[in-house]
Design a protein around this ligand. Sequence first.
Ligand code: SME
Length: 153
Amino acid sequence: MTKQEKYKELLPQVVAIIEGETNAVSVMANVTAALHESMGWWWTGFYTVNGEQLELGPFQGPVACYRIKRGRGVCGTAWELNETVIVPDVEQFPGHIACSSLSRSEIVVPMHNKEGDVVAVLDIDSKDLNTFDETDKIYLEILVKNISQALKW
Ligand code: SME
């Protein structure tokens, strides 16, 4: 199955999972489980914005750092730039925060409230180099939009 086919199968499943549930932690927990199980990534999870830092939310994978300052690491950079950041090789990304030494590539997708402010990020790590590309960006941005809308952020 191609990556695109996997996402096309996954998206309606995620929409079904989040439908009718308004507890943000519960929704993020089940979404990480669904994504992680079906895509075989190394780490899949959310960080939520609190003031000037990101705080660890629901995730699947190894233990991760609790807080990330705005502008720091891949997550804080995606928040500051307000755009999806794809890192083909984390060793080449200045300031990358290595929660797991086995992470080799990463994608971080910002999530917004109705006002357009970044309120969380979806962070995904892979043990392989060059895992994420434009296809991931397109589908993951659709996915997080669905979550923000469902949670009425
Ligand atoms: N690598 C991230 C930190 C979070 S962990 O990957 C789970 C970063 O540089 O922001």
